[in-house]
Structures are given as structure tokens and as C-alpha cells.
Design a protein around this ligand. Sequence first.
Ligand SMILES: [Zn+2]
Length: 872
Amino acid sequence: MLKRRQDYQPPAFLVISVFITIDIKDDATDVTTKLAVRRNPDAAADTPLWLDGQNIELTRLAIDSVELPIGQDMPDGVDVSDHGLSVAGLADEAVVEVQSRCYPQDNTALEGLYLSGGMYCTQCEPEGFRRIGYFPDRPDVMSVFTVRIEASTAFPQILSNGNLIETGAVGADRHFAVWHDPHPKPSYLFAIVVGDLDCVTSPYVTASGRAVDLKIYVEKGNAELTAHAMDSLIRSMRWDEQEYGLEYDLDLFQIVAVSHFNMGAMENKGLNIFNSKFVLADTATATDDDLHRVESIVAHEYFHNWTGNRVTCRDWFQLTLKEGLTVFRDQCFSADMHDAGVQRANDVALLRAAQFPEDRGPTAHPIRPETYKEINNFYTATVYEKGAEVIRMLAGFLGKDGFRKGMDLYFARHDGHAVTCDDFLAAMADANNVNLDGFQGWYQQAGTPQLRVRRHAGDDVSQLLLSLSQQIPDTAAQTPRNALPISLRLAFLDQQGKIVPTRLATDAAAQDEHVILLTEEHLEQRIYAPQAANLTPSILRNFSAPVVVDDDLSPDERRHIMRYDTDLFNRWDSAQTLVSDEILAIAADPQAAVNSDRIAALADGVSHILDDPNCLDYFKAAIVTLPAISVLESRMKPADPVALFNARLAFEAALAQQLHGHYQAALDPKKSAQLADTAGGRALLNRLLALAVAAGDAQADERAMAHVLDSNMTVSQGALAAVNNRPTVVRESVLSAFHDRWQDNALVLEKWFSFESMSCISGRIERLQELMQHPAFDPKNPNKLRVVLGAFMSGNPVRFYAEDGSGFEFIAGCLIDIDKRNPQLAARMALPLTRIGAYSEQRQQQMRTVLKTVQAAAQSNDLSEVIDKALV
Ligand SMILES: [Zn+2]
């Protein structure tokens, strides 16, 4: 059923408190929810109480301690369906007790209560609680939870939200624990974990001096892999105190790592549950990028304690209220912990690779969607990453202090409540006494705006006329296409590469940088400076708005920006544009010779950066990292991912020839060892090795073989990346050396799986089938499916988009199978197959044919919704 944002109705009853008992036995789990309910004065009178319940069996019902018959003899006014329980005629205050049964051991959807690696755990966001017990499973019903969990003593740990208030034995071989969470919360933040786990603890004292116990629970034997996650947690807690004055509010904060998990992690109040991949990490088993990801996910989930948990969403259409804001907060945290410019480049690279394609495809939606069938399908890059960009623009517009004032007012007004994106904007506007109505458009409209920038001569050389216009593209979402407020940061460089102060008509004095808010479709902006007409503009500095820029800069001017701009993001972005231009030229005419003059000019600019002692190694590595295929696709019509992939390989080889002198560092053991000392150095070392392999350098093979055996995982994985798509003789040896070294470590072996699947050389369909028979492959574990099938779709365009359609057919078969076990995952994995419109007639035809097969076989709402949208 299609749900609409406009149809929101407040709940008929509020749940003042709930007492839950969960009795876990091998064959079944019995759950009782005892709710103290009160009629909601904001709802229509006489509306029945509605309790969601799905895939659970109703076994008992009592109202105000009176037992009611269930089944055939159910009294009038009580109705049970597959979706829940409705009770009419209740008094304004009542106690409703509902008992039900569920089967976690058979739950492969990984929503609700399920077994993972021998431990019981839960995932309730967005609508998983209804698979555990009967409850108004909607975020605007916030309640005080107490839970009593009973299980076998084979599971020593019984965990839930809040504080542990009682434990005890039940007979010889069972025990129980009672947890109470004093903070009212919606059911989606409820969690339990029952298992036999190792625990690592650390003390923490908040800014105001309150002691908190931090605990990380992991499967037996993994305790030594938690130090980085713990350290990240402590730094996150400190950062939130310093930046926003926000302290943790319970005596205990727990993180549990589980191996079967659909998402990255979940911010349940006081009991975060993590995909083990984002907890367990040290430098021997995880790359520097993995370690960064652990840090940023730990921070993200912790930050939700205030932006999400204390103030939550009124309904799921408001998801970006908590996600966009919290992604923005975790991005700022990461920028503070590391190099801000490189962090910004990484965030934007992700936005362009994952969110921009969403805007172009059949599932396009605004950051706050207007309709959905299955909310699981809206945990998207649009809601998260674009949502964060919108918050960033607001923060940029209000300034650091203004944004903080807005946040303070947001918490002062809404702490303990479930609110909307409008409430957030209102707090920001009221705290700063400004009108932010224009920003509403960013919440209402889908699509990536195009910002066109053209230069025209002014009256004389001291003037430059900038003509700015925005265009909102048509999307599958069919949302309005009004002009949006677009924040444009702008500066100008002279011929020596120095930033020149310039003046707008409205400025009293000249400034190094301007922030122009473009609110109309078109704006003419006059720029004044002694040599204004001869300056090079640095446009959209630090990516000040989530738009695509169409400017009139020449390749020379881009190289100038790349070399001299003080804005690191724009230096990186100019390099990306120049590289993309070359790759696209090769893809357009693969027969033609690579233009060595242009590549030499580009290599010259790159060399300048590689030689610059003032540039960080991380930045140097980013400069020689090539754009993703999905980013390149946006500039080719129809997009040919196979041609683009091959062109990117050809370009890399040609560039590498020109950087011969630079990649030598990766071939010299002594210089390599020096680089390998720091994270930035390792990133650069890996890129240089890849260039050496791409150039066909004879020594590179030997170095790749040595690197794969390095004790540092970043260096080791760098060897895999360098050889994976190159027909070098050592490719197979490098991959099997990695496999043999890590075959007993399931988490590390996931890396090997993904490289095998992504390789245009080995990643044939038959190879994928073999991988899925590998002893370390588990079809019920989403991580394993992602590293084989997900990696194949995103990283192996040559095989996925194969001319004969075999890649599409193979994935379609897998999706049908996955949908039977885990609909949420199937729907997410189907997305690349649904982005039909970008490709050639022949590919579109092939994609439609296999999608129809999937559509006919799809069993879930999740999968049907995304396929139906693609086949419209
Ligand atoms: Zn989140």
C-alpha cells in the first residue's frame, strides 16, 4: 500500500510506559508487551487502539487484567489481521497486555529478533519491533521501556537499553535480567542482545563529571580488535561535548558487533548494534580506509543519541531529519580528526558516485520523500548524503555560531519529542531571526540542480560579468522544479596563482572569497578588481552546494586551479574534471590514439603536486585517484560502462608512462618503507604501485608480490588493487597469496572475495558461482552477498554490462533467491539493475527483460517497489 506524507494522522493512543517480557527458548520465543495507554487528545475521538504485529502469533490478550478469548471467540471490537491488532471501545486510560510468539531461529530477513552467529539480536528500525511483539510501531509513540529477558545460561550476557536493574537465576539452567530505560523512546530504538560474548570496557567521564561505563561486546576471541572502535567512541563523545555541548545521558553505553546485519550499524538507545565489519579492525586486518570508516560509523551512531534518539522523527518521511543531520555531524567530526580538504573530496566523491545516479534513475526522490510503499527502500544516499549537504548549506549560510544557536534552540524546544524537518528549519530560522522558507525546496524537490556559470566582459578590464543560472532537471519523482537557494563560494586567482581580493557591487571592501546565495533562476553578478577580466575563477569552493557545475573554464585554467588554488577541494576537483575529460575522449573513440599532448600537460600538473613538499601525501594520493565509473557515466549519453572502464584503464596506463619518475618510489623498497610509515603515505604508495603496474614496469610485479605479504593491511590490499585488472603474470599469485594467508579469517577474506568479483579478468559468471560455493561464503550473511554480488555490479562493469546480457541474467537469478530470505537486501541490491535509462537501447532491452522475470517472481514489497518503478 502506498503511504503519503500528507496523510499523517497522530496516534489514537499514547503509550506512557511498557513492560516487556521476552522468554527465549530453543524452539520459540514468547513475548508479552504490557502497555499503559492513554487516549491522545490530538487524535480523533473513538479511534480504536492499533498495535502493529507481523509474522508473530497472538497467544494471549488481556485488558485491565481481564483475560479475553482469542481466535474464533474474539470479542466484538477486537480484530486481528496479518498486520496487527485493533481494539475499539477502550477507556481513555487502560492497561493492555498482549502475548505473542516468534521464531528468531528461522528469521533470515534480519528484521526483528534473529540469530546471528549463535547470539540473539534485534534490528527494529524502521518497522522491526512489530516482528517481536504487539506495539504501536511508529516513531511518534515514545514510551518508557522496561524489559525482562529470560534465556538459557548458555548465553551469559543479556543486554538491552538503559540501565540493568535486576538479574537472577531461574532454576538450574536459566537466568534473567531486567533493564529499564528512563528516556522515553520509540519502539525502533529498542534492542536486546543475548549471547556468549567477550567484553572490553573503558571508563569515561563526561564534561560535567558524570561517570559512564563504555562496553564493546564481540564474539569470543575478538576482544583485541576493538581498541580502535573504543578510541573512536571516546573521541566522538568528547567532540560532541565540545562542538555542541551535548553529553551522554546514561550510566552505560554499549556496542555489540554482530556478523549478520543488513546495514552498517544501529543507534539503539544505549545499546548500539554494529555490523562486525565496522567494529573489528586493526592495522593488520583492516586498511586505513576501513579504520576511518569504523571511526566515522562509531561517531555517527553515537551522535544519534541526540540527533535521532532524544529528538526523533515524527514519521518515516522525516528520516533525513535524523540522518542528514547526523551524517553532517559525522563528516565534520572526521574532518576535524583528519585532513579536512581530503575528507571533503571523499564525501563529494561518494555523493557523486552514489547519490547523483539516484537522482537520474527511476527511484529518484527528494531528501524527504512524499510517498513510499516500503520505508526500507528509503535508506538511501539521497536521504543520507544529500540530506547532509542540505544541512551543510544551512550551516554555511548561518555561520558556525548561527548554526549552533539553531541547534541549541532545536534541542530546547524538542527534546523528548518526535518532530518534523519543518520543526528543524523553524528552530534554525527563529534562533537566527532569518527567513529560511527557500530551503523548504530542498526538502520537496528531487534532482541534482545544474549550475551554469558563464563569464562576460564588463565595461573594462577591471570588471568581470558572471552570469549564473540554475536549472532543475526533470526526474522520475516528478516533484516541482522551482529555483532553489544555492550557496556559491567563489574566489579568483591571478596569473601567478595568488588569490586576488575582489569586490561585488554590494561590497564595501574587496574580499578574498565571496558567498553568493543564488535564489532565483538567473543572476548577473559583476566582479570588480584591477585585472578582473584576466582572473581565473575558483567556483563552488569546498563544494558549497550539491549541484553539477557547468562552467566555461579552459583546460589551462583548470590546471591553474589544480596547481595553485588555496581551496583543496577545488584543486582535487579540477584534476578530476581534467581526468574525466580525457577518459571520456578515449571512450568516445577507442580506436583513436590517446592524446599524448594533453595527457603530458595533465601529468605536468600532477607532477607539480607530487613534488610539492607542502602537499600532504593523502592529498597527493587523491589527485591520482581516478573517478568512479558511475561518475563518468553521467557525462556520456548513452552511457557505455564497458567502454568507460576500458578507457579508464587505457588512460591510467598513459598517465603512468608520464609519471615514470614518480612511481619509482613504489619500486624502491627503502622509499616504499618510508611512505608506508603513515596512513597518507600508504595511500600514495598504493596509487604509485598501481601506476607502475599500469605502465607495465617490469619491477612492479615483484613489488606487488612483496606488498601483498606486508604486515600492514593497507599495503597488502594495495597490491590487490594494483594488479586486479591488469593482465600481469603475477595477478593470480598475488590474489592466491592473499587468500592463503587469510583463509581462516572470515572478515579479511571478504576483501579477497570482492577483488575476485570486481576483476575484469577473473570475475566471470562461472567464477562468481565458484566463489559462492567457497567454504567461507554464507548466503545468509549480507556482507558476503555484498562482497560478491554487490562488488560485481559496482566494480566489474565489463562483466555486469556484458554485451550478451549474461551479467544481468545472473544477478536477476540471485535477486529472486535473496528476496525469499532477505527482502530488504534484495531490494537494495537490485538498484544497479533498475537504472535503465542511462544505457543503450540494447542494454535497456536486456535489463527490462530480466527485470520482468524478477518482477514476476518477487515476493516482497521491498523488491517489488524498486522493480515496479524501473519498469514504469
Ligand atoms: Zn544514522
